[in-house]
Design a protein around this ligand. Structure first.
Ligand SMILES: NC(=O)c1ccc[n+]([C@@H]2O[C@H](COP(=O)([O-])OP(=O)(O)OC[C@H]3O[C@@H](n4cnc5c(N)ncnc54)[C@H](OP(=O)(O)O)[C@@H]3O)[C@@H](O)[C@H]2O)c1
Length: 323
């Protein structure tokens, strides 16, 4: 059996992406078969395109999708035909019209959540939830700084933080997103203005891995936390106009400053701590207001253009593919 699949044949170029019919793997006992309706595009796909995730080619792109189960490998699988699920695997392989996948990598979608929303929330909202609440311990009245605040994770943070009272949000983004972010109540900061910021923050959610990160780690209030979630500065040819640079994290500085620096990887969380992942996801489902999501939909056959939009830095919120 074949399925229409987004395949990367060459690194560092969108021309290396093609859509082709590819054989599905056998349906093993612990697997389900899912007819995919929507595929969520993530920054992680961009790392794959730039050989930062794996050096294997050809590679099937895509770490999340949503759809309906059409077959199960055995009766021991805790899903049945017709169930609606989110599929997530940080190692990729999910941007295709039909996927066969281990049932542990599937998450039931509640009745009140449509499949478009379902394909848009797992990666972004789980990252935002863990960064804000599990590691970030955000509290009423605190301030949070979010680098690249206009993307999928950034907008999820803006939504989820509403469960706390009077949190002030600061964030960087490309200038074209300024009006939109200000309309969401964000104190907009140009990337070039970070070093000159006078404010300190209670929580910083950082995804650049550039000089900006180094500067930000000096802008914490006592008991302030940095949660490192990404490394966008590693993308070659990035127009971030900054160089990639890990901060020199010095335990003595942390002790003297009464501050903390944490790291987050939801892929390994989902693989190694499924219970924690499901608790977080259930909480997200109850907090979610689907009509507040910013989702841009591309047809599946336009995948190349959709990935390019992320690279051009023009996206606000989530980009998904519809099959
Ligand atoms: N730790 C985890 O488990 C985890 C999970 C999910 C995502 N993440 C990370 O969270 C961050 C946000 O992810 P996302 O999926 O929501 O992506 P996203 O924010 O939608 O990413 C696209 C945006 O990133 C900004 N950007 C900054 N530097 C860039 C560069 N060199 N090239 C292209 N775009 C650049 C651009 O916005 P502006 O120019 O407006 O800033 C662009 O519009 C990423 O760093 C991702 O790796 C981490």
């Amino acid at each position: 059996m074949k399925s229409s699949t987004v395949v990367l044949h060459e690194f560092h170029t969108f021309d290396g992406i093609g859509i082709e019919d590819r054989d599905l793997q056998d349906l093993e006992e612990d697997m389900v078969e899912v007819k995919v309706h929507y595929c969520g595009i993530n920054f992680a796909d961009f790392y794959t395109i730039h050989k930062l995730a794996s050096d294997q080619l050809p590679a099937v792109l895509g770490i999340e999708c949503s759809g309906v189960i059409t077959n199960v490998g055995s009766s021991s699988v805790p899903f049945k035909v017709g169930d609606r699920v989110i599929c997530y695997d940080f190692k990729g392989g999910l941007h295709r019209s039909i996927v066969r996948i281990k049932h542990e990598k599937c998450y039931a979608v509640p009745e009140n959540i449509d499949l478009k929303t379902a394909a848009s929330i797992f990666v972004n909202y789980l990252t935002a939830w863990c960064a804000l609440f599990s590691l970030g311990n955000i509290k009423d009245g605190e301030s949070v700084f979010v680098s690249s605040c206009g993307g999928g994770v950034g907008l999820a943070i803006i939504e989820l933080v509403k469960s706390k009272k009077d949190v002030t949000i600061y964030g960087t983004a490309s200038s074209a997103k300024r009006n939109f972010l200000e309309s969401k109540g964000v104190h907009f900061v140009e990337y070039s203005e970070v070093a000159a910021l006078e404010e300190n923050f209670d929580l910083i959610i950082e995804s650049m891995n550039t000089e900006t990160r180094k500067v930000l780690t000096t802008k914490l209030n006592p008991f302030g936390r940095v949660v490192i979630i990404g490394a966008k500065g590693m993308i070659p040819g990035s127009n971030a106009a900054e160089t990639s640079a890990d901060p020199n994290i010095n335990p003595v500085d942390l002790i003297y400053g009464n501050t903390a620096i944490a790291g987050l990887h939801i892929g390994l969380l989902a693989d190694n701590y499924p219970q924690l992942t499901r608790i977080a996801l259930n909480s997200i489902f109850t907090q979610l207001t689907p009509e507040n999501l910013e989702i841009k939909i591309y047809p599946f056959n336009d995948a190349k253009r959709a990935y390019k939009e992320l690279a051009n830095r023009t996206n606000i919120g989530k980009i998904i593919l519809q099959i």
